[in-house]
Design a binder for this molecule. Structure first.
Ligand SMILES: C[S@@+](CC[C@H](N)C(=O)[O-])C[C@H]1O[C@@H](n2cnc3c(N)ncnc32)[C@H](O)[C@@H]1O
Length: 322
C-alpha cells in the first residue's frame, strides 16, 4: 500500500502510518530543516523540498496525507488578526488557503483514503467558513462523510497534552465505512497518562546549549508553563520562546488573572532533546542545525504514536476493501 504525504514536516504522521506497512512514495515540505529531518528517518522516500504550490503533479497512491499549516488558525495568529492588520497577518491569511493545494493533490493522487491534521482553531475560523470550504472540497471529490475529530495526544500514550483536529476520509467507491474515533488507551480508569518522568527523567538536568535560556517575558508569564514530573507536558510548540518549562524545581504560582510567578532557582525551558522525547520522535532523527531549527521542526510534528493509533484501523479497513 502506498501513500503520498504533503506538508510532511519531519515525518511524524508518516512514521505512525508506516507502522501499518504503508510505503511513503513521495513527501514534501518547504522547510529545509524539516526536509533534512525527514530524510534522516525515511531515506528511501522521494522528498520534494519546495513550496507545494510549485509542484506540478503528484504520483498516484492509495493514501494521501496532508497536515497543512496551522499558523493562520492558531490562537496567536487570530489575536493578531483581530487586533491589527500587518504583514504577518497577510502571510498567515495566505496560509489559510493551502488546503486548496491538498484538494488539487487529491485530483492527481486519486487516493481512497485521506488523513489530515490541523489546529483546533481551524474549526471555528471565520465562523466555520474554512471548515465548510474544506468539507465541500472533499465532498465534491468523493469523500463524503468526513467529520472532524478533536484528539488529545495524551489519551493515546504521548506524554503531552496536545489537542489537534483530524479528518479521516474514505472515498465513496469503497462503499459505506463506519469509521470511529480511536478509543483512548491512556487517561482511563485502568491506565494513567504517560508523564514527563516516563520520557525525560534520564536526560541531563541542565544541558547547556540545548535549551533557550533567554528571559521569560511578560507574555510567557501570563499562564502556568510548568507541569509536574507525574503529569504529561504542556503542548510542545514550534517557537523556542514559548516552549514549556522543565518540571524540576518549584511549581509556578498564580498571582492574578493572566499573571503567574516563577519560584526558586530551577526554572528553564525544556531542551530540544526533551521535546523530541516528549513528541515520541526517534533519537536518530537529524532535527536541524540551530536550536531554533530543532525546536521548530520538532514542535511542528504530529506525535507518531497518535498518528499510528488514528490511522491503523482505517488502513486495515482500506486493506479489506481493496
Ligand atoms: C503541521 S506541520 C506538518 C507536520 C508533519 N506533517 C508531521 O506529521 O510531523 C506543517 C508543515 O507545512 C510546511 N509548509 C508550510 N507552507 C508550505 C508550503 N507552501 N509548501 C510546502 N510545505 C509547507 C511547514 O514547513 C511545516 O513543516
Amino acid at each position: 500500500m502506498k501513500a503520498v504525504s504533503l506538508f510532511s514536516g519531519c515525518g511524524g504522521f508518516d512514521l505512525g502510518v508506516s507502522k501499518s506497512g504503508v510505503e511513503i512514495i513521495m513527501a514534501n515540505d518547504i522547510d529545509h530543516d524539516a526536509a533534512v529531518a525527514y530524510q534522516s528517518i525515511f531515506p528511501q522516500t522521494h522528498f520534494v523540498e519546495k513550496d507545494v504550490r510549485l509542484i506540478k503533479s503528484f504520483p498516484r497512491a492509495d493514501i494521501l496525507i496532508g497536515c497543512y499549516p496551522c499558523t493562520g488558525f492558531s490562537s496567536a495568529a487570530r489575536r493578531r488578526w483581530k487586533n491589527r492588520k500587518d504583514e504577518r497577518d497577510l502571510k498567515d491569511n495566505d496560509k489559510n488557503f493551502l488546503f486548496q493545494e491538498f484538494l488539487r493533490a487529491i485530483d492527481s493522487v486519486k487516493p481512497k483514503l485521506i488523513f489530515i491534521e490541523n489546529v483546533r482553531g481551524m474549526l471555528s475560523a471565520n465562523n466555520g467558513y474554512f471548515l465548510n470550504q474544506q468539507l465541500e472540497g472533499f465532498r465534491s471529490r468523493g469523500f463524503e462523510n468526513i467529520e472532524p475529530m478533536i484528539l488529545n495526544a495524551a489519551d493515546y500514550g504521548v506524554a503531552q497534552t496536545r489537542e489537534r483536529v483530524f479528518f479521516v476520509g474514505f472515498h465513496k467507491r469503497l462503499g459505506p465505512v463506519d469509521h470511529k474515533e480511536p478509543r483512548p488507551t491512556f487517561g482511563t480508569a485502568t491506565r494513567v497518562h504517560r508523564s514527563l518522568r516516563d520520557v525525560i527523567a534520564d536526560l541531563p538536568e541542565w544541558p547547556v546549549g540545548d535549551f533557550f535560556d533567554g528571559p521569560f517575558h511578560g507574555h510567557y508569564l501570563t499562564r502556568n508553563r510548568k507541569r509536574g514530573w507525574d503529569q504529561p507536558s504542556y503542548t510542545i510548540v514550534a517557537d523556542g520562546h514559548h516552549v514549556p518549562l522543565h518540571p524540576g524545581g518549584e511549581p509556578m504560582s498564580f498571582v492574578s488573572k493572566d499573571k503567574w510567578r516563577l519560584n526558586g532557582d530551577f526554572n528553564r525551558r525544556l531542551s530540544w532533546r526533551e521535546c523530541l522525547h516528549i513528541q515520541g520522535l526517534p533519537e536518530r532523527m537529524n532535527a536541524g542545525e540551530t536550536l531554533w531549527d530543532k525546536y521548530r521542526v520538532i514542535g511542528n510534528s504530529v506525535p507518531p504514536r497518535l498518528a499510528q493509533r488514528l490511522s491503523s484501523q482505517a488502513i486495515a479497513t482500506l486493506r479489506e476493501r481493496l
